[in-house]
Design a protein around this ligand. Structure first.
Ligand code: HEM
Length: 125
């Protein structure tokens, strides 16, 4: 394993460790909690960051400091849907990173940030 991979693996382990003791939901429990896209939008900052992804809602706040791509693009999606945006890293199984952070099911059409909408629709992200 090269150094870059080793650092990423370590970061992921630290992230999972940081979740220990937290009150997390299973996907099945989360499936019973419906959250409107407009509600997701309200959680759009570093200290309170939600994403929707493939019909589920995630509170990714604990993952913020562990995203290997940094906050840049990641933070632009706070409060919005990342289903298409995460195509930027096809080899990454997103669910295996943020799966534990699921908090509900998306009750409505996924929303995109205006700044990214056109790019994503055109497949440029
Ligand atoms: C939804 C949760 C997300 C997860 C779990 C996630 C996970 C990851 C992982 C594991 C990497 C490292 C890839 C590698 O090892 O090669 C990465 C890199 C990166 N991510 Fe994300 N990501 C997420 C969302 C996003 C979003 C919304 C964007 C913005 C479009 C983004 C942009 C990037 C960029 C620019 C990189 C650096 C390029 C790279 O190394 O592939 N990520 N992300």
């Amino acid at each position: 394993m090269d150094r870059r991979m080793a650092v990423r693996k370590q970061m992921l382990e630290e992230f999972f460790k940081s979740l220990e003791g937290r009150n997390l939901l299973t996907k099945q429990q989360a499936s019973e909690i419906r959250i409107k896209p407009e509600e997701v939008c309200k959680h759009n900052n570093y200290k309170d960051a939600w994403f929707s992804f493939r019909g589920y809602v995630y509170d990714v706040t604990p993952y913020n400091d562990f995203h290997p791509g940094g906050l840049g693009c990641f933070a632009e999606f706070f409060g919005y849907d990342v289903t298409n945006a995460v195509m930027v890293h096809r080899h990454v199984n997103i669910e295996s990173y943020i799966g534990k952070l699921v908090i509900g099911i998306l009750d409505g059409e996924p929303l995109l940030p205006n700044s990214k909408k056109l790019q994503i629709e055109k497949g440029h992200l």
